[in-house]
Write a protein that binds this ligand. Structure first.
Ligand code: F6P
Length: 323
């Protein structure tokens, strides 16, 4: 490879800028030309592509969001969109691509690299942590720390009023933010998409604690829980537990923003460096992950197919520790 493109795609995640910086500077260090592609695959289709130098990524390692902006591109799902994208890369001579995003973004990269002779490297960038082949995804640590900070604040007011709060955190198909933030804030219960939600069990647990006057402040719900997230659970609990003073709080997109944590900056920098190394050494069409603190590479199609293994005993631990 001689010229590479870098883009961010799907939901933004804190640390994406640190990854872009690492890709650009490692590329230039190795004599490559590096191009930034705006708004994910849309920029590739619309030819919104610009040449980057070391200065283009100055002062961004500490910033949330993504300087390249991001999007979920519908057009790239169509063959015609991908053809246009390819022509725009070809006319500049771009012969390698680094895609920072989640599983939807990798699906696009995998199709694209199958159809055209452009090697693609994926970097896992999502606050949801729902990608196989890596212990970390860029943005998760920051998001979960933001959630913990917010839930701690909610606990103060919950405690002052003897209230129960149902707190909804992000995670459309994955409960990692809920599991981690719930365990770290001492939640009574955590409801997640990966397991069946037993509302009766939740209600009987809360009733039993109410009887023995144990103060219960927090139930953490992933937005993708089968019961319909925080609002639905809150409604049910309000109906069934009329003696409890219950409030609902939805944390929302606050979890996507803010300065990346130290851990997110570090993994983004390491992954970005190794994305370029992979392109240079001919290790193509893989996702770069980190497992047991070592770089780990899985084919993009495996990354797309597999889900991260679920740590099921955490729910049991949460329950026991809240007794
Ligand atoms: O995938 C990241 C994520 O924040 C999910 O947790 C959430 O369900 C989704 O993106 C929200 O997407 P949008 O910002 O497009 O509403």
């Amino acid at each position: 490879v001689t010229k590479i493109g870098v883009l961010t795609s799907g939901g933004d995640a804190p640390g994406m800028n640190a990854a872009i910086r690492a890709v650009v500077r490692t590329g230039i260090y190795n004599g490559l030309e590096v191009y930034g592609i705006m708004r994910g695959y849309n920029g590739m289709i619309e030819d919104d592509i610009f040449h980057m130098d070391n200065k283009s990524v100055a002062n961004i390692i500490q910033r949330g969001g993504t300087i390249l902006k991001t999007a979920r591109s519908k057009e790239f799902m169509e063959a015609a969109g991908r053809q246009k994208a390819y022509e725009n890369l070809r006319k500049r001579g771009i012969d390698g691509l680094v895609v920072i995003g989640g599983d939807g973004s990798f699906r696009g990269a995998q199709r694209f690299s199958n159809e055209f002779d452009i090697p693609c490297i994926g970097l896992p960038g999502t606050i949801d942590k729902d990608i196989a082949g890596t212990d970390y995804t860029i943005g998760f640590d920051t998001a979960v720390n933001t959630a913990v900070e917010a839930i701690d604040k909610i606990r103060d007011t919950a405690d002052a009023h003897d209230r129960l709060f149902v707190v909804e955190v992000m995670g459309r198909d994955a409960g990692y933010i809920a599991l981690h933030s719930g365990l770290a804030t001492g939640a009574e219960s955590v409801l997640i998409p990966e397991t069946r939600t037993d509302v009766e069990d939740l209600i009987s647990g809360l009733t039993e604690k109410e009887k023995r006057k144990k103060l219960v402040n927090l139930v953490v719900v992933a937005e993708g829980d089968e019961m319909g997230g925080g609002s639905e659970i809150g409604k049910i609990l309000k109906n069934r537990l009329p003696n409890m003073d219950i409030r609902i709080s939805i944390l929302g997109h606050i979890q996507r923003g803010g300065a990346p944590s130290c851990q997110d900056r570090i993994i983004a920098s390491r992954m970005g460096y190794h994305a370029v190394e992979s392109l240079l050494s001919g290790r193509h069409n893989v996702m770069v992950g980190i497992v047991d603190d070592k770089m780990h590479y899985i084919p993009l199609d495996t990354a797309v197919k597999e889900k991260q293994a679920f740590t099921s005993d955490w729910l049991k631990i949460i329950k026991i520790l809240a007794s």
